[in-house]
Design a protein around this ligand. Structure first.
Ligand SMILES: [Zn+2]
Ligand SMILES: [Zn+2]
Length: 74
């Protein structure tokens, strides 16, 4: 079985489960598929930021707003 981390982001109520380590079944499989059970190595909460998806979305938003603001100014 493979090991994952579970990160909870209370700010956006999302959970991320990045892979920590493949078991050797998954490592030897071409598609890295694992047929065993998932295991969480550790779980924690990221209190001071949003998940990567939300952070990326927010960054795009800021960039678009910035462009729009610049168009108004010039
Ligand atoms: Zn596995
Ligand atoms: Zn999120």
């Amino acid at each position: 079985m493979c090991w994952y981390e579970r990160i909870y982001y209370p700010r956006c109520h999302h959970t991320e489960t990045p892979l920590v380590r493949y078991c050797h079944f998954a490592r030897n499989d071409p598609g890295h598929q694992c047929f065993g059970a998932w295991n969480y190595q550790r779980e924690y909460e990221q209190l001071d930021s949003e998940c990567n998806d939300c952070t990326r979305r927010r960054t795009n938003l800021v960039r678009e707003n910035g462009l729009r603001w610049r168009n108004h100014t010039y």
